[in-house]
Design a protein around this ligand. Structure first.
Ligand code: GCU
Length: 609
């Protein structure tokens, strides 16, 4: 964890530098397992209003203003001029996107200001107060009681600011300027095939922490079986260097209770515990066993549920707990069933997971960005293996150092939040990126960072078929040497070669497991007709039948995750009467209708069990 914390603080500092003026307060790493910490939820109804010209932040010369909306000003005398009033403005629910809560904002991309009052009772002077956001899409500038707490870009990873010096006993208010405008140099970049939901899309918590607290910890099963013994590797970091701190790790069900002591850095770098193999139930889709774990230090006690499993490759095989496994997967966006808004709870996830289960899946590709923590933990409880990805999607600004810092930050944050989740087996660095030296440099650096951050999981990315002639499809990608699993998207039957799947041959010259990370085609639920008629369920059904027969011929295929579990909103899909702003490649419609292709895939997966 040595290099990790330095890397994190460096990235954080670089980031703060880059985001212009140094923030008045400190952005701190998000403590591991925030839901196990003492906190005040700031979820609920927040007042909001739109600010298309950002006049609440910039003056008419476009310089940041001191008199912005973040002051939450109120007229004191009758003659005072104040041209906004949060408390008289409508409210929306946080967590939540504004697009599906206010019809006028369905297509809106720009700035929205949100405010929430909160009360601190018995403010403790010995405590640090951290303001945590699960995610805000895309740029967040955060103020507490009129003062700048910090700023963050990236719509799918958590962040938090130390606001100890800003909060007070009694009434407080937090104001967030959220802007979801798309930019070439952002991550994702200007174009992407999903709805650009804006807002404070995940939980907001005010954490109250001791001056010194457990910042991060990791507890993982070692791959190596030593005789009849297994090893659990344990490491931990305090938020500040304090030697000699006693930490007790206990796993009651395994009768484990072990003391560790922090070093001068406030770390337990290479702790380990031994447990009889016969006593340990390994986490798997068939038996998603989670152990209650307690990590305590003085009065501080963190409870977590952790599963133990190993994931590795051997040639073209994928091994879970040492045994070959076939990934029966499906891709899914973080969008609710029926209501098509951003997901932000275990309940939202549960509906989607139940659809994946109906398909016979044991694996989900969480596309194309880290999904919320509730969804990851719910999938883990239900026994789904997960692929988690950062939105390095299509043509990113490869040569832009800020873009790289942004992508690397998102990667580190994704790994930091979920590195104790047994369900997560693959970190994906990118999707459908065009070949170039700059791209290769960018992605190979991300791969190195991912390995440095977590050496226990597999690395991959969704590549593209590079050459197809005379029905021979070749995969040739320099990134093959940086990944553990070779994955690629192919759309035979939809974007090309309709009805040619049976003739296709594949050249994948890498001795690594292969995952088809996307294939599929669109269908309007309930539209029926000839299998040659696009948009009919019969067309999609036939496409699946042909593609699955083709996949059966691919040597070393270790799994697949078709595109996509359910129809999802996209600004790139305007076709009236068919798409109506939905990508219709779902196996389920957005209303849960099973399309004919559903049954084809379910039957195929039945044969893969
Ligand atoms: C791409 C991409 C998806 C997109 C899909 C489609 O491969 O990765 O994000 O939605 O194709 O075109 O439907």
């Amino acid at each position: 964890m040595q290099g990790k914390r330095f890397c994190r603080l460096l990235v954080l500092a670089l980031f703060a530098m880059w985001t212009g003026s140094m923030t008045a307060q400190v952005e701190v790493p998000v403590p591991q397992n925030v839901y196990a910490r003492q906190s005040l939820s700031l979820n609920g109804d927040w007042n909001y209003f739109v600010d298309m010209q950002e006049q609440g932040y910039y003056d008419y010369r476009m310089n940041p203003t001191k008199w912005g909306y973040f002051l939450n000003a109120k007229p004191k005398r009758p003659s005072d001029l104040v041209e906004y009033d949060f408390d008289a403005s409508p409210t929306m629910h946080v967590p939540g996107d504004w697009n599906t809560q206010d019809e006028q904002l369905f297509f809106y991309e720009g700035t929205v200001w949100l405010k929430r009052d909160f009360e601190i009772v018995n403010r403790e002077s010995s405590k640090r107060y951290l303001l945590y956001f699960g995610a805000v899409n895309y740029e967040a500038i955060v103020f507490v009681n009129g003062k700048l707490a910090g700023q963050h870009v990236g719509g799918f990873t958590p962040f938090c600011f130390d606001v100890t010096d800003l909060v007070q006993e009694g009434n407080n208010f937090v104001i967030v300027k959220v802007d979801n405008k798309r930019h070439q140099e952002s991550v994702p970049t200007r174009i992407f095939d999903w709805w650009n939901y804006g807002g404070i899309t995940r939980d907001v918590l005010l954490l109250s922490m001791d001056e010194t607290y457990i910042d991060d910890y990791s507890l993982q099963l070692d791959k190596v079986l030593k005789g009849k013994k297994r090893t659990l590797n344990f490491s931990l970091t305090l938020n500040q260097p304090q030697a000699g701190q006693e930490v007790i790790l206990s796993i009651p069900e395994l009768k484990i209770r072990q003391k560790f002591t922090t070093d001068a850095e406030g770390k337990i770098a290479h702790g380990w515990l031994s447990v009889a193999d016969s006593k340990l139930t390994l986490w798997s889709p068939e038996n998603p066993k989670l152990y209650n774990v307690e990590i305590s230090r003085g009065d501080e006690c963190i409870r977590d549920e952790i599963g133990f499993r190993t994931i590795e490759t051997r040639g073209r095989q994928l091994l879970l707990n040492g045994k070959p496994i076939f990934l029966r997967g499906v891709c899914a966006h973080e969008e609710t069933a029926y209501t098509s808004r951003r997901c932000n709870s275990a309940e939202d996830a549960d509906t989607l997971l139940s659809w994946a289960r109906q398909l016979g899946c044991n694996f989900l590709r969480l596309a194309h960005y880290p999904h919320n923590e509730h969804a990851v933990r719910e999938a883990e409880r239900q026994g789904f293996l997960l692929w988690s990805e950062i939105p390095v999607y299509w043509t990113i600004s490869w040569k832009n150092t800020k873009t790289y810092a942004n992508a690397e930050r998102q990667l580190c944050d994704m790994i930091r939040r979920d590195h104790n989740r047994a369900a997560v087996i693959i970190w994906s660095l990118a999707n459908e990126t065009p070949h170039s030296d700059a791209r290769d440099r960018f992605l190979s650096r991300l791969a190195a960072t991912a390995r440095q951050q977590d050496s226990t999981r597999l690395i991959s990315m969704a590549m593209e078929v590079t050459g197809a002639s005379n029905y021979v499809n070749r995969l040739s990608d320099n990134m093959n040497e940086y990944v553990d699993v070779v994955s690629f998207n192919q759309y035979i039957g939809w974007y090309r070669n309709v009805n040619d799947a049976a003739k296709m041959k594949w050249e994948i010259p890498y001795e690594k497991p292969v995952i088809i990370s996307e294939f599929g085609g669109g269908a309007k639920a309930g539209l029926h007709g000839d299998k040659g008629q696009r948009w009919t369920e019969e067309f999609q059904e036939n496409l699946y039948r042909e593609n699955l027969a083709m996949l059966d011929k691919i040597e070393g295929l270790a799994g697949t995750c078709p595109w996509v579990l359910k129809d999802f909103r996209s600004p790139r899909r305007p076709l009236p009467g068919i798409q109506d702003w939905f990508n219709r490649k779902g196996l389920f419609s957005d209303q849960g209708h099973r399309k004919r292709a559903f049954y084809v895939l379910r039957e195929w997966y039945e044969g893969k069990k």
